[in-house]
Unconditional design. Structure first.
Length: 127
């Protein structure tokens, strides 16, 4: 069985990579289109420069950067507030933001309650 080729709103990856930012923004949602129309921040420009230079081990704090077709296949480490988490950019991520793929919160798992946490634990000896 042949593998289905990826397309984003009728365009192949090669066509998307050749398109300019303004042409690409016409395919995206209004929120993403407005963000691209405003232009990139200084940090986002630095990130794009690293991507275009094929730099290895790219780390960024730009969680609000919209994923563009030229980022496909490039591993990017995105900061989650504590550490850098690796994101391997895939074709179906186009138009999303980098921060969507790096969770900032973890599930909290508590053990048994400590001494003094309940009425009955106050009578226990503290040894």
């Amino acid at each position: 069985m042949a593998k289905k080729e990826f397309s984003y709103k009728g365009k192949t990856i090669e066509e998307l990579k050749k398109a300019s930012i303004s042409e690409l923004s016409q395919l995206l949602t209004s929120s993403q289109r407005r963000a691209l129309k405003r232009g990139f921040t200084d940090q986002q420009k630095i990130l794009l420069k690293k991507i275009r230079a094929n730099q290895k081990n790219i780390e960024t704090h730009c969680r609000d950067m919209i994923i563009l077709p030229e980022m496909i296949g490039i591993p990017i480490k995105v900061h989650n507030g504590k550490e850098f988490m690796l994101v391997a950019v895939e074709p179906d991520m186009i138009g999303h933001r980098l921060g969507e793929f790096v969770m900032t919160r973890r599930k909290v798992e508590h053990s048994a309650p400590g001494i003094g946490a309940t009425r009955s634990s106050a009578s226990l000896s503290v040894k």
